[in-house]
Design a protein. Sequence first.
Length: 257
Amino acid sequence: MMRSFKQSIQILLCCCLTAAAVSAQGQKVPALFTEGNALYQQKKYEEAAAKYQQLIDSGYQVADLYFNAGNAYYKSNQTAMAVYSFEKAQHLKPGDEDIEQNLALANQRVGSNIETLPLLFFEKWWLQWQQLHSGAGWAVWSIVWFWLLVAAAAVYFFIPIPRRHLFRWVMTAAAVLFTGYFSMAIWMHNKAYNSGEAIVMHNAVKVKSAPDDGGKDLFELKEGVKVKVLDGTSQFSKVQLADGKSGWVAVNELKKL
């Protein structure tokens, strides 16, 4: 019980630090980001993309950075990296209209004829629920509900006041909301950095029937297509398309989201 409590506190502190880090990153603009913006304004899109990517590779993870990188990659005709960058931006900041619009433009350039299977009603509901807040937003609100729970518990157990049953209901509501928001914070964090999806990085990629170079070619994938990664070996990944088709692709043909 004590170990479980300590683990919960550690995860909560991690959420606090994540939210603080995101806030700090949003306030302090690194030099590489400024340089990338300047190059973009000069229409040096390839150089701007390189600056943004250098910042991303250093560990700077912010939706605006991926969004700008996506624009630079798109303008320099690096379609796969444009799609990848907009997808990462969307994971970090779900529901943003500008990101969604530019991702749609990049996907139009991909020109894939893959038909997406229709979502069931609960899948649509789940996507809408995720878009209520960013990952940092879920973390911040979980902290808010945690402290409201602590405050209500302190009043209920240590302060003799009338209508104490009202605070019991407040405690219950705060506990439920904290659990829900805390769970979503963990879910969104995992999704942002390990979504189980990938972008095809080259054109005319062969999808094979087995994880082997001698496997039968099933079909081809275009640069920029998003796939779901189901399984893998050291050299091949089993992927599934939006229309349900699946097969094996060489690991170096993919960039995981």
